[in-house]
Design a protein around this ligand. Structure first.
Ligand SMILES: [Cu+2]
Length: 139
């Protein structure tokens, strides 16, 4: 083995080591999280509702004629449609489910700081007139 090859070999090793050192020092800074998705994180950090109230919809009534909650309380109202095609609307509070097919359910958040009686009803066809409604009492 001549001296020339020996020096060339050392240079090559030096280059390889140099490459790995540079690569390692760079890698921790490499993964930067995408800046999108900050909006949805904010929404999930809001106060968690204390309880869930389940209401079943059938042809043509709800199994709950009355729901009572405290003023300022926040509940999850889970609307389960077990028969027919229904939704649940509370005009004064600006909440409504989509129109649910049989077997579907949807949870909505219900709360108000204003005590009073609020009617909830089904907005499909003439269901409301047929008695598909109830009263949300905020006390
Ligand atoms: Cu209905």
């Amino acid at each position: 083995m001549s001296k020339k090859y020996g020096i060339g070999f050392l240079l090559l090793i030096g280059l390889v080591f140099g490459y790995f050192i540079v690569k390692q020092s760079k890698s921790p800074a490499a993964p930067t999280p995408p800046s999108s998705g900050t909006k949805t994180q904010k929404e999930t950090t809001q106060t968690v509702p204390e309880r869930t109230v389940t209401i079943n919809a059938t042809n043509f009534s709800y199994d709950l004629k009355e729901i009572r909650i405290k003023r300022g309380e926040k509940i999850v109202l889970e609307v389960k449609n077990t028969e027919g095609f229904h939704d649940l609307v509370i005009d004064e509070l600006g909440v409504k489910t989509k129109q649910l097919k049989e077997g579907e359910s949807q949870a909505i958040i219900v709360s108000s700081d204003v005590a009073g009686k609020y009617e909830y009803y089904c907005s499909v066809g003439a269901h409301r007139m047929m008695g598909m409604k109830g009263t949300l009492i905020i006390e």
